[in-house]
Design a protein around this ligand. Structure first.
Ligand code: ATP
Length: 521
């Protein structure tokens, strides 16, 4: 459906056109008219299908830019997502001159106060910093007409619920409330509707919870072999841009170090880093200056980074919902992606839980041999040598090159060059990870054999207890996952690589009809 059929004004349609959006996605098609009609809406659709614009566009449409009041408040679980949402809404609202302000922890609150004093029509914030502003009286929410909980099931989780209730006290009871997420466990939805008035629940029909644009693999390995298996898989699959999830901040730091030791361009992001460092790492990753972003669940939800082709769950998440969001960092806006989840025997039941939720079987992936990894590394080395040949200014090296050619034959020279570029020796750099406490065993214990996808626990499968997130006083809880997260695997097939351009096995990937983007050069 065209955006022009959704009741949006010319200003917005112009901005949408500039943004390169041609067709509305199903979630946008079905929720925008309801939101414009003032309805409370629960919007649920697969990751990467445009939920931000689904709630953002009608909000922008309803903003009265003659007023300096905050008329809409969007609550995000992480700083990066708050920033990303603010940027998207700023761009979409540019032609209407809507003022959108992000408030989040780890950044200068005085600058945020100054911007708020200039008048913000929409505020996007993380709970901690929003509460800070509310307590200081530096944000006035008395005229908020629309409240959005983005990644709503996360925002209503035990870790955030208390903050959300504080924020709700600062906004009018008479308001429109929107909840959006790719996952919406029943118990969480039950909490959400308490804050809503006759909400419409729009769930975009999909046979699986995860996007079908991601080929999902798992690799079974012993805990002490995980890192070696990971680096061999990376050498074989040669991801252009990959996100690697670890269970704790320490694990993220160690994985980053180990990957660098073995010649990969990696950088880590988690809640103990300064906001400046987090922004810098994300910027490097988006600019492809690093190829592997190593992250805790702080990067699991919402982040929209184009070109991510692989997501690796080095440690499988304790909650199946987190798995849906993590792998949803790839396979976005109609692009294809791959995910690989590491599983040890003791944690196979967690994999079953995930498959039960997603209604999709992961494909087994065989851990590559060292020879396969070397071959993968050499193919990358050959490609970079060929790229260098076509880019080199030979005159600069003529004399030295002649000297070498006189001494050695071409084959020896090429072999030496490949050896230097591939640096095969660093593949075996010894490195060991600290032991992390394993996930608690499930009731059924490891059953081995066929996976029947038995999901543990009640309807929504949520385990009790706070699921993590380091709460800082006055700051924002910008990270879940400071608690244990776990992982496991096995295999019969090696996933194909990016750089090697080997085709994905099976039928060519259908490009999603949901996304028709015209290149606005
Ligand atoms: N109608 C559209 N046409 C083309 N691209 C779109 C459209 N709507 C959104 N996109 C693009 O699709 C990508 C995913 O959008 P967005 O991040 O809002 O997805 P999401 O559903 O919120 O994902 P997640 O569940 O991971 O938060 C973004 O790059 C966005 O610019």
């Amino acid at each position: 459906m065209k955006f022009s059929e959704l009741g949006l004004s010319e200003d917005l349609l112009t901005a949408i056109e500039k943004h390169g959006y041609v067709e509305a996605t199903p979630i946008q098609e079905q929720t925008i008219p309801l939101t414009l009609a003032g309805k409370d809406v629960i919007g649920q659709a697969q990751t990467g299908t445009g939920k931000t614009a689904a709630f953002g566009l009608p909000i922008l449409e309803m903003i009265d830019t003659n007023s300096r009041d905050v008329q809409a408040l969007i609550v995000s679980p992480t700083r990066e997502l708050a920033i990303q949402t603010q940027e998207e809404l700023f761009k979409l609202g540019r032609d209407k001159h809507v003022r959108v302000q992000a408030v989040f922890g780890g950044s200068d609150i005085r600058r945020q106060i100054t911007n708020l004093n200039h008048g913000a029509n929409i505020v996007v914030g993380t709970p901690g910093r929003l509460i800070d502003h509310i307590n200081r009286g530096t944000i006035k929410l008395g005229n908020v007409k629309t409240l959005v909980l983005d990644e709503a099931d996360e925002m209503l989780n035990m870790g955030f619920l208390e903050d959300i209730e504080s924020i709700l006290k600062a906004v009018p009871d008479k308001r429109q409330t929107l909840l959006f997420s790719a996952t919406m466990p029943t118990a969480i939805k039950r909490i959400g509707v308490q804050f809503m008035t006759d909400p419409e629940h729009i769930q975009i029909a999909a046979k699986e919870l995860t996007t079908d644009l991601v080929d999902q693999y798992y690799v079974r390995v012993r805990d002490n072999e995980k890192f070696d298996t990971l680096t061999r898989i990376l050498d074989v699959q040669q991801p252009e841009l990959a996100i690697l999830f670890g269970r704790t901040k320490r694990r993220v730091d160690e994985l980053t170090r180990g990957l660098e030791l073995r010649g990969f361009k990696a950088a880590g992001i988690h809640g103990d880093l300064t906001q400046q460092k987090r922004s810098q790492v994300l910027k490097q990753f988006k600019a492809k200056e690093i190829e592997i972003l190593v992250a805790t669940d702080v990067a699991a939800r919402g982040l929209d980074i184009s070109g991510v082709t692989y997501v690796y769950n080095f440690d499988i998440p304790q909650d199946p919902e987190s798995y849906v969001h993590r792998i949803g960092r790839t396979g976005r806006a109609g692009a294809h992606g791959n995910s690989v989840t590491f599983v040890t025997n003791a944690e196979m039941d967690y994999l079953k839980d995930i498959e039960k939720l997603t209604k999709k079987r992961m494909q087994p992936l065989k851990p590559p041999t060292r020879e396969e990894a070397v071959a993968g590394r050499l193919s990358v080395a050959s490609a970079s040598v060929e790229a260098a040949v076509s880019a080199v200014d030979a005159s600069l090296f003529a004399e030295a090159a002649e000297g070498l050619v006189e001494k050695y034959d071409a084959k020896t020279l090429a072999a030496a060059l490949l050896s230097a570029v591939a640096n095969v020796a660093e593949m075996d750099e010894s490195f060991s990870l600290s032991h992390e406490r394993p996930l608690p065993r499930k009731r059924s214990g490891f059953g081995g054999g066929r996976r029947d996808g038995g999901r543990q626990g009640g309807g929504n499968g949520r385990r009790g207890g706070y699921r993590g997130g380091d709460r800082r006083s006055g700051g924002d809880r910008s990270e879940r996952g400071s608690r244990e997260r776990r992982s496991y695997d096995r295999g019969s097939r090696t996933g194909s690589g990016d750089r090697s351009q080997r085709g994905q096995s099976g039928a060519p990937r259908r490009s999603s009809r949901d996304f028709v983007i015209r290149n606005n050069d």
